[in-house]
Design a protein around this ligand. Structure first.
Ligand code: NAP
Length: 264
């Protein structure tokens, strides 16, 4: 029987991860299946255990369970520890957790979008699971400045305090002067956007929306301001490739998969 993997979250119905992992498996000749599990909001740990008991080898974890998944792990990677959030579980005898969101974002920026974050001034919006997962990787990639802003400013300040080299604040405290603005909030899912002060977005700025598959108010505002606007589809594919590598020890090519997703 093929080794079983899945995405677990709530909701998961519209996720592209099963298709992406099926493509990776086909391209690399790996015998595996990858499904989607919608766990009840109060039943994440039970759903993980049931999947493991049925022989499941690994899980990707999405909203809103990344922090709960971290707490469930017996061991975590160096990059997951400061994030306190995991998006990848390896279901060994002891559950191992990792976070591939950060490397996924950095590879999308530097590789697919040809904008190396090294030396760049970066604004990260949001302080939830997605933002937590990328701070360490962005600092590791050599950004010259990292400001984390969030609607609930105290959450941004608390997140920044966990990393040397990051500052946290609310949106009203921001001043222009960023090369890259990453929207790691879920506002776009409900047709909203964080309320950024004017002039944060403009020509010469890369506006990166982690939400993918829809035109969000943040992307529209970025285009209207003359910024370069990009969605999070590349990050999705890159983080998936890193999870695939963790599980299978084989690194799939991402460019053909991303190209096919973009073509629709
Ligand atoms: P989360 O833990 O629920 O955090 C949500 C964040 O969004 C919080 O910082 C929250 O601010 C903020 N927020 C929500 N609605 C807002 C609004 N109307 N205005 C301003 N801020 C708002 O979610 P998450 O796990 O971090 O995920 C965030 C997004 O990233 C999701 O849409 C997810 O799909 C996307 N994502 C994409 C990828 C990818 O590969 N492309 C990977 C990971 C995540 P408060 O703290 O003030 O509530």
């Amino acid at each position: 029987m093929a080794d079983r993997y899945a995405l677990i979250g709530n909701p998961v119905a519209h996720s592209k991860s099963p298709w992406i992992h099926a493509e990776f498996a086909r391209a690399t000749g790996q015998d595996l299946s990858y499904g989607a599990i919608e766990a009840p909001l109060e039943g994440f740990a039970r759903a993980v255990e049931a999947f493991r008991a049925a022989g499941g080898k690994g899980l990707n974890v999405t909203l809103p369970f990344k922090q709960e998944a971290y707490a469930l792990c017996a061991e975590v990677s160096e990059r997951a520890r400061p994030a306190r959030a995991v998006n990848t579980l390896v279901l060994r005898e002891k559950i191992f957790g990792d976070n591939t969101d950060g490397v996924g974002l950095v590879r999308d920026l530097a590789g697919n979008l040809k904008l190396d974050p090294r030396g760049k001034r970066l604004l990260l919006m949001g302080a939830g699971g997605a933002a937590q997962g990328v701070v360490g990787a962005l600092l590791g990639a050599g950004v010259s400045r990292l400001v984390i802003a969030n609607r609930t400013a105290a959450r941004a300040e608390a997140l920044a305090a966990r990393f040397s080299g990051a500052q946290g604040c609310g949106y009203d405290a921001l001043a222009p002067g960023f090369d890259i603005v990453v929207n790691a909030t879920s506002a776009g899912l409900s047709g909203a956007a964080p309320t950024l002060p004017r002039a944060i977005l403009g020509p010469g700025v890369l506006a990166y929306e982690m939400v993918y598959g829809r035109d969000t108010p943040f992307l529209a505002a970025a285009r209207a301001a003359g910024a370069r606007a990009c969605d999070g589809l590349g990050m999705l594919v890159e983080q998936a490739a890193e999870s695939f590598f963790l599980w299978r020890g084989v690194r799939p090519a991402t460019a053909p998969v991303l190209e096919r997703l973009r073509r629709g």
